[in-house]
Design a protein around this ligand. Structure first.
Ligand code: SF4
Length: 352
């Protein structure tokens, strides 16, 4: 019995597989269309394939569906899913509709090894990387519950550090971006990172205009070291230098995510340091008020302080926006739902 999920194959790999089975390569287009455009999850529903090929695909591949443990719908329309993978590992996926776009936030790892001191995703440590099929499976599942909403944007900001699962991430992105796959433009795909410099450089060389969001959350090595241990390996000045290279290679603006913690990250000194650090860089800063996680002592600043810090940044030459929190009534901050659940073991759900 095969243990390989068909969504782990790139288009080129599927063509090669079909050829090795004596099939015509054009069947790969039909199969991709069924999976990624018509959302079929059973080979016997792919009605324009000969029945012998449907049977053969069922023998050669799995089609593993996630087991949904929780589905929460926020009063603002945000839908958050906690699902279990075949081995019981849990991940979160969030659909965020707004008047202009429908964004899907997806996970790339079960757990995270980087332990940022404000994030629930890192609390239980790293468990494993998600496969390409598990990354794409989140999108395919959310398409089935999105109602009339067409998913227009993908952000890799769920559980895990996307660039730490680089090969599977890029394979999934190529399917998301391909007209034969999900056909979502690269500029509508955002990859976030805590600052893995070698991978940022690698991403810059992929020839794709993917949006890059960097979790900055500090204005100096001193402040960033406290909140983000990864800064000890990849110091802030080197990180910003890599961001400048990404700017140059892709012509894309970088988004810096910056968490606002009362009396910690939103001081006048921080605003001045950020002004110096980011001078001349094509970028904007997203200011995010800290979303309480019980394991950490931090508090969000007052509303007045948030706006005052934004003004300070603007005075220091930085374009800043305040991100409106979404889905706060359903624990939509990264890792909150997953962390509130205990370990779980499940059997593979195999399609018929
Ligand atoms: S913020 Fe990102 S890198 Fe840091 S612990 Fe959370 S998931 Fe990991």
């Amino acid at each position: 019995m095969s243990t390989r999920d068909i969504r782990d194959l790139s288009y080129e790999e599927l063509v090669a597989h079909l050829r090795s089975r004596g099939e015509n390569a054009f069947r790969a287009s039909q199969i991709f269309s069924w999976i990624y455009q018509k959302n079929a999850s059973q080979f016997n529903k792919m009605s324009d394939l000969p029945s012998a090929l449907q049977t053969r695909l069922g023998e050669d591949f799995l089609f593993v569906l996630p087991k949904v443990l929780h589905k929460d719908v926020s009063s603002d329309g945000t839908i958050k899913i906690l699902s279990a993978l075949h081995d019981g590992e849990k991940i979160e996926t969030v659909l965020i509709p707004s008047s202009k776009r429908v964004t899907l936030c997806i996970s790339t790892q079960a757990g995270c090894k980087f332990g940022c001191r404000f994030c629930a995703s890192g609390l239980g440590g790293w468990r494993r990387n998600l496969t390409c099929a598990e990354i794409l499976g989140q999108i395919l599942y959310m398409k089935t519950i999105a109602g009339g909403n067409v998913i227009s944007h993908i952000v890799f900001m769920g559980v895990g550090e996307p660039l730490d699962n680089y090969d599977n991430l890029m394979k999934a992105i190529r399917v998301i971006n391909s007209p034969k796959g999900l056909n979502i433009a690269a500029r509508r795909i955002t990859v976030s990172t805590c600052g893995l410099i070698p991978r940022i450089r690698q991403l810059a060389g992929e020839g794709l205009q993917i949006e890059l969001a960097v979790s900055l959350h500090g204005s100096s090595n001193a402040s960033r070291n406290v909140l983000m241990p990864v800064n000890k390996k990849y110091p802030i000045d080197d990180l910003i230098a890599a961001c400048r290279e990404y700017n140059k290679a892709t012509k894309r603006q970088i988004t810096f995510e910056y968490i606002l913690i009362k009396d910690v990250t939103c001081t006048e000194q921080a605003a001045r340091e950020l002004g110096r650090l980011l001078k001349g860089l094509l970028c904007k800063i997203n200011l995010i008020a800290y979303n309480r996680v019980s394991e950490f002592d931090h508090e969000p600043p007052s509303r007045n302080r948030i706006f005052a810090f934004k003004d300070l940044l603007e005075k220091n030459g930085i374009h800043a926006t305040i991100r409106t929190p979404r889905g706060t009534d359903v624990s939509a901050a990264c890792g909150q739902l997953r962390h509130s659940e205990g370990p779980l073991k499940l059997n593979i759900h195999r399609s018929e």
